[in-house]
Design a protein around this ligand. Structure first.
Ligand SMILES: [Zn+2]
Length: 409
């Protein structure tokens, strides 16, 4: 199951390409700011969705995330904090990060968990009611597929936040009522070793959750070492052994393939956000016309700037794409200098990405594991030699080695 992270600027794709993804993921502060737009979208699409309650912004506080240019707090956070626990307002006023001490008492943790869950339950209710008579007779309030317990980043199992993270899950499951409660394992790449994975999985499994989410700090599937990739696979496989759904919040094609090892879903943006640092990146303006467009080359499962994609496919024409977008536009050669040209090119490249990604998901879901792994091996062989070096494609070999050695065991 493929979730797309909601972005208010991406409405074009939700309107035109919604059949190419399964569900939506949305950050709480973005939902607080765009509740009506998101509700309207959900009433139309009726896709499964979930809300990430953005606790990491509080734990890994940095002033740029919250301050507007005029000495106040960004409007999205101003809206969200009206729903959030008292301690959130307190730390924002004091301009500091949430600390373990803030949640040390049972009462403080319970209030925190209750409010964070309450926002996920009620965020769409107010805009839904205000639409009132404008709604069709049989319209139902869209509900998130599951709630996410407050989560905290930990650098290892001896980090004091590790226990807070588990206690928050335990507290949340006690408050779940008729909702499903998922817990997020949110940690450093250094936790991806067999000992810590075993501890983390058994720790979270005691919280009686209905499902598990994974977010490894800045985990880049195409850069990760074989040990790290194997750790990710082990984490997924172990969590899946409890018989509950497992979803990776930010992933790419390696996550698509982890379906064969128990991963039920993953999230990404539209040709962006296939990895995410724990500490939120500073908001920035970026170039006019949007970020540099990137083109996803299907068979090698990696995205490139236009010039590199054109050269690679020029050398290996077998890599060219024949999706409906690429068949009807010269995506690899069209001009990209002016902001408007770049914006148009980026839109085409992202429409191409949505089509390819949904094909990838469908293909892997219908394949036996050996076949998926064989295809990765063929891709690695196809680009072996100079192309693998120039275009940094050795990760295909790492993916293949990790998947095939784990399939055998
Ligand atoms: Zn295409």
């Amino acid at each position: 199951m493929q979730y797309i992270w909601y972005n208010a600027q991406d409405n074009y794709f939700y309107e035109n390409d919604s059949k190419h993804f399964d569900g939506l993921a949305i950050n709480a502060h973005i939902l607080a700011h765009n509740a009506k737009a998101f509700l309207a979208l959900e009433l139309e699409l009726r896709k499964p969705f979930f809300i990430l309650p953005d606790v990491h912004f509080l734990q890994l506080y940095s002033p740029q995330q919250f301050d507007n240019q005029k000495g106040g707090i960004r409007i999205s956070w101003e809206k969200l904090r009206a729903y959030y626990p008292k301690v959130v307002s307190k730390i924002l006023d004091e301009q500091r990060a949430l600390s373990v001490n803030d949640l040390a008492s049972k009462e403080a943790l319970e209030e925190f968990v209750f409010k964070i869950l309450d926002f996920q339950r009620s965020a769409l209710a107010a805009p839904f009611q205000s639409l009132g008579r404008l709604l069709p007779e049989n319209a139902r309030l869209p509900r998130s597929s599951f709630l996410i317990a407050p989560y905290f980043y930990f650098g290892g199992v001896t980090d004091p936040w590790y226990n807070v993270a588990i206690n928050a899950c335990v507290t949340a499951t006690a408050l779940k009522g008729t909702d499903k409660m998922y817990g997020l394992i949110f940690c450093a790449t250094s936790c991806l070793n067999p000992q810590e994975i075993a501890t983390i999985c058994s720790g979270f499994s005691r919280a009686n959750l209905d499902g598990f989410l994974i977010w490894i700090d800045e985990f880049d599937e195409s850069v990760a070492s074989e040990e790290e990739l194997a750790g990710m696979l082990d984490l997924v496989r172990t969590l899946s052994s409890y018989g509950k759904p497992v979803i990776n919040l930010y992933g790419g094609y390696f996550s698509v393939m982890l379906k064969h090892f128990g991963l039920d879903g993953f999230g990404s943006g539209i040709c962006v956000r296939d990895k995410m640092p724990a500490r939120p990146p500073a908001p920035m303006g970026g170039p006019a016309g949007g970020p540099v467009p990137r083109y996803y080359v299907p068979q090698v499962h990696r995205k490139f700037v236009q010039e590199d994609a054109r050269r690679l496919i020029g050398q290996l024409p077998i890599l060219s794409c024949n999706c409906e977008i690429c068949s009807s536009a010269q995506v690899l050669t069209m001009p990209n200098q002016l902001p408007a040209e770049r914006a148009y090119l980026r839109r085409l490249m992202r429409r191409h990405f949505l089509r390819i990604r949904s094909q990838e998901v469908k293909a892997v879901n219908s394949e036996a594991p050996g076949q998926t792994i064989g295809n990765i091996q063929s891709a690695a062989t196809l680009v072996s030699g100079p192309a693998a070096t120039v275009y940094e494609l050795y990760f295909l070999n790492r993916w293949h080695d990790v998947l095939s050695s784990n399939l055998a065991t």
